[in-house]
Design a binder for this molecule. Structure first.
Ligand code: NAP
Length: 444
């Protein structure tokens, strides 16, 4: 891949890039099918992604007509990399095998390895013969919604497509690699003021938060709404609070340390709850929730903002869903996209129906939503929340940090980019948007 990196760094033209040889193999981070049983019987927290994630050469797959080869300059760690690497709730090879049954070209996806990663920034190297809007040399970011445009069900909201998948989680050849195959309808222009790694960390979490809060497919937040955000300095939470501030609402950010509370204050969030310091015990034992703790939590929110939240941005799942449904205001909306602490959730239905509350499920974002979220990054209205940067060889370490809730915001990963800070196309715009805004999480 060295000749590709040199061409990109020297500012080679699109024609020159189109003439570069695509290597027969490339470096990638993957889990192995033969190792899916390696953590059997262990507690989740003890499953170590450094043992299951490997970085090595894999054979370059064939290109489908609607795909591009992408030189991946940088990528990021997402929670789905944690799930894949600890083989929970189930190994991801079943997803790849199912995809492989869909068509001749899809057979590529079923392999002894699964290349992970659902974010990327990079440069288009080659386009398949059916690709219209992109060309070699284009500098792009990638969203992870993998849809089959020939399926009728993909043509209202593509997240409702029968065979909608997340690239790099439910497909092979993901972004934690030096090269990737990506559908043309996953591409978006790279924000011009950001480095490769700053541009790579946004798409998955930023688009997810956009759909959950801003889109009419989600909570459809209005100006003036108060929004409780769990994990408010985490991957999706760190974008969610920005959407609330940007949209004229009042965020109430929940975090688990004084440092994270300070980070929220620095972002302009005034109402902050340190859940650790408050010591909430929503579950008194494995089977029983404690309504008095829900009440104590609700009272704290009222003390901070004078009202119950219009929207709760929910993702921890089992540990918090009961409290979220209780705390949201009469007629308000809980919007959920995940269940980090457990997916068998429980809430008191009496509080739900008697107060006419709503529960909305959300999952990633369609192309239009991802595009809108990317545009807001490009305009400098929403900022990357990258707190640290790793090399591809350190992918296991980075995934472990996320698994153990030790990282704020997003973790960037350098793939082909040899060092941080490269790829900024518009330094003047960067100055205008402000280094402090762009690197707020990075400098801590
Ligand atoms: P993250 O960066 O690890 O952040 C999660 C935050 O949640 C943490 O910072 C933590 O904040 C908080 N948290 C963790 N366990 C908690 C608990 N038991 N109770 C209360 N808060 C808890 O992860 P992320 O990228 O934001 O992702 C969060 C979840 O959303 C993951 O399960 C991920 O798989 C899912 N997700 C789903 C989609 C989708 O499209 N459906 C997209 C992105 C992410 P504090 O400790 O500071 O409170």
């Amino acid at each position: 891949m060295q000749h590709i990196l040199e061409a990109i760094q020297s500012g080679a033209s699109g024609d020159d890039i189109a003439a570069l040889t695509i290597p027969e193999s490339y470096r990638a981070a993957f889990v192995l099918r033969e190792e899916t049983g390696m953590f059997e019987g262990m507690a989740s927290a003890d499953k170590d992604p450094r043992k299951s994630l490997h970085v090595d050469e894999i054979a370059t797959p064939e290109l489908a007509p609607d795909e591009v080869y992408l030189a991946v300059m940088a990528s990021s760690i997402n929670f789905n990399t944690v799930w894949t690497s600890i083989f929970e709730p189930l190994p991801t090879f079943g997803f790849l095998d199912r995809l492989a049954r869909e068509s001749e070209i899809a057979k590529r996806h079923s392999q002894p390895f699964h290349v992970v990663g659902s974010d990327a920034s990079g440069v288009v190297l080659r386009v398949g013969e059916a690709v219209r809007n992109w060309k070699p040399g284009d500098r792009v970011t990638v969203h992870c919604n993998h849809v089959d445009s020939q399926d009728h069900s993909a043509h209202n909201d593509s997240m409702l497509a029968n065979n909608q998948r997340i690239w790099g989680f439910e497909t092979n050849y993901g972004g934690l690699a030096d090269l990737s195959v990506v559908k043309a309808n996953q591409l978006m222009p790279k924000p011009t003021h950001l480095s490769w790694e700053e541009a790579a960390v946004n798409a998955l979490c930023n688009s997810t938060s956009y759909r959950m809060l801003v889109s009419e497919n989600g909570a459809n937040m209005k100006q003036g709404d108060s929004v409780l955000v769990w994990g408010a300095t985490g991957g999706i939470g760190g974008y969610a609070v920005q959407y609330v501030l940007n949209g004229g609402g009042t965020p109430i950010g929940v975090v688990s340390s004084a440092e994270r509370a300070q980070l929220l204050n620095d972002m302009g969030v005034e109402a902050v709850i340190d859940r650790k310091a408050e010591g909430y015990q929503f579950w008194s034992d494995e089977h029983t929730q404690d309504e008095s703790e829900w009440r104590r939590f609700g009272k704290k929110i009222r003390e901070l903002t004078g009202e119950d939240p219009d929207i709760v941005f929910e993702h921890p799942g089992r540990s918090t869903m009961g409290a979220s449904v209780f705390a949201v205001k009469r007629g308000g909306t809980v919007v959920t996209c995940a269940a980090t602490s457990g997916y068998m959730v429980e809430f008191d239905n009496r509080h739900f129906w008697m107060k006419l509350k709503k529960l909305i499920s959300s999952h990633f974002a369609n192309y239009e939503e991802a595009w809108a979220a990317n545009k807001l990054i490009d305009q400098g209205r929403i900022h990357p929340i990258m707190s640290d940067v790793f090399t591809l060889d350190q992918v296991g370490e980075a995934t472990l940090a996320m698994h153990h809730n030790q990282a704020e915001g997003k973790l960037g990963v350098l793939c082909l980019a040899p060092e941080e800070g490269q790829g900024i196309d518009d330094a003047e715009k960067r100055d205008r948007i402000g280094e402090d805004n762009i690197t707020r999480f990075r400098t801590r």
